[in-house]
Design a protein around this ligand. Structure first.
Ligand code: PEP
Ligand code: MG
Length: 430
């Protein structure tokens, strides 16, 4: 329409942004000091703009369908990002209610903060690893401030998205080294580039696709355009000398894809070693389990990989055939559906049978309803927005794994709906 769009990076007064949609790169530029919240028409809880809002701690409600039609610039709007409530032009009573909730949340946070340096231990004395998801080295501050025990997912594609050209091997090396050094001796799981789906590179035009989330993305691009993949792997291998590196490949559907990626990794490793480069000798290689085919075949995959990290954001959308960013089908986005729980359990058991570990780095890993079930299933590592860690640590302290085992059994085998399982857990935990 010839109207210039405001640049979200230049906002310099306190606002709540109301928009049809925010792209991941729009969200990355938001300044928390001024942006007090955002509300969009489209999107889902696990769309990347929502994930980023969670790590920036900006209250956000996405997928309202029509908020842009019901609010005008300058109006007052109240946003409750915890419960997904939005009120345009709230009454004095409603405002007071929102403010009360905000105060309660601040008080809860102050309580959780006491656990910053504590180990994550359940009521029956079992230790689990709480890790953080990051997108850039800038996120490390939040990782340390929230007492994360590891980085369980470094989404490296943001390095590519922040740049106007493919990042060089040296630029990547510097970023990976910074993260590894800062976390050392704690482990860092770096995921190789996951471009495609809703994450685009302006300088790397991808084919126009009917179904981008099912299309040319992630490891599929890496195996096809190997020069990009090899550059990333070299940067990672060089950085491995500065901390405890684990590498995982996104969107693996077949064992052949994993083997092909591993072969390229080993070739680059051998080349660098020949040239005298110092490289860690204990780099674990794992995969994201986010495609149902890989989840079903986890028993076979477990013989080949060092670890799994379950990407529920995609695993749920592919299993339920419900786009994670589409508000019209968000009712089908059901983390506690027994079908999803059984898939997750199968993945965990398959890894354990081969002596391997399983983490989860989808948003479900930090969800207070899912965590008790995951404890009951024996998940080893929980990777989430850094801002969720202390809350989950405080929750785990109250739970016993034996009780959670029974709860998970009921959820998988007796209940049949997502909502029944949500109620089951909430009743037990609260
Ligand atoms: C996932 O799919 O669960 C995941 C962690 O990856 P992303 O959200 O980046 O697709
Ligand atoms: Mg994914």
């Amino acid at each position: 329409m010839g109207v210039e769009l405001p640049n979200p990076a230049l906002i310099d007064e306190e606002v709540v942004i109301v928009a049809h949609d925010l792209t991941p790169s729009d969200t990355a530029q938001l300044n928390k000091k001024f942006v007090k919240g955002f509300v969009t028409d489209i999107g889902g809880r696990t769309a990347h703009s929502a994930i980023m809002a969670r790590s920036l701690e900006i209250p956000a409600v996405v997928g309202t369908d029509s908020v842009t039609k019901s609010v005008k610039a300058g109006e007052t709007i109240a946003v409750d990002g915890l419960n997904g409530d939005v009120v345009v032009d709230p009454s004095a009573e409603q405002q007071a209610d929102f403010e009360k909730q905000a105060k309660q949340y601040a008080a809860d946070r102050a309580e959780w903060a006491k656990l910053k340096t504590a180990k994550t231990v359940t009521a029956d004395g079992k230790h689990f690893e709480l890790a953080a998801n990051i997108g850039t080295p800038k996120d490390l501050e939040g990782v340390h401030a929230n007492g994360a025990e590891a980085v369980g997912l470094y989404r490296t594609e943001f390095l590519y998205m922040d740049s106007s050209e493919l990042p060089s091997e040296d630029d990547q090396f510097e970023a990976y080294k910074e993260v590894l050094e800062s976390m050392s001796p704690k482990p860092v799981v770096v995921r190789t580039m996951d471009i495609g789906g809703d994450k685009h590179l302006p300088y790397m035009p991808l084919p126009e696709e009917m179904n981008p989330f099912l299309g040319y993305r992630a490891i599929r691009i890496s195996l096809d355009r190997q020069e990009i993949f090899r550059t990333q792997l070299r940067a990672l291998l060089r950085a491995s000398a500065f901390g405890k590196l684990r590498i995982m490949f996104p969107m693996i559907a077949t064992i052949q894809e994993f083997e092909a990626a591993k072969k390229i990794f080993l070739e680059e490793k051998a080349n660098l070693e020949k040239a005298g480069t110092k490289i860690a000798d204990d780099i674990q290689l794992g995969i994201m389990i986010e495609i149902p085919a890989a989840a079903v075949l986890a028993d076979q995959f477990a013989k080949h990989v060092d670890f799994f990290s379950i990407g529920t954001n995609d695993l749920i959308q592919y299993s339920m055939a419900a786009d994670r960013g589409n508000e019209h089908v968000s009712y089908l986005y059901q983390p506690y559906n027994p079908s999803i729980l059984r898939l997750v359990k199968h993945v965990i058991d398959s890894a354990h049978k081969e002596g391997k570990w399983t983490g989860m780095c989808g948003e479900a890993a930090g969800d207070p309803v899912m965590v008790p079930l995951l404890l009951g299933m024996g998940l080893d590592e929980y990777s989430m927005s850094a801002t969720s860690i202390l809350k989950v640590r405080s929750l785990m302290k109250r739970l016993s794994t034996e009780d959670m085992k029974k709860l998970a059994e009921t959820a998988m085998n007796e209940n049949i709906t997502n909502d029944q399982n949500k109620e089951l857990v909430e009743k037990f935990v609260n």
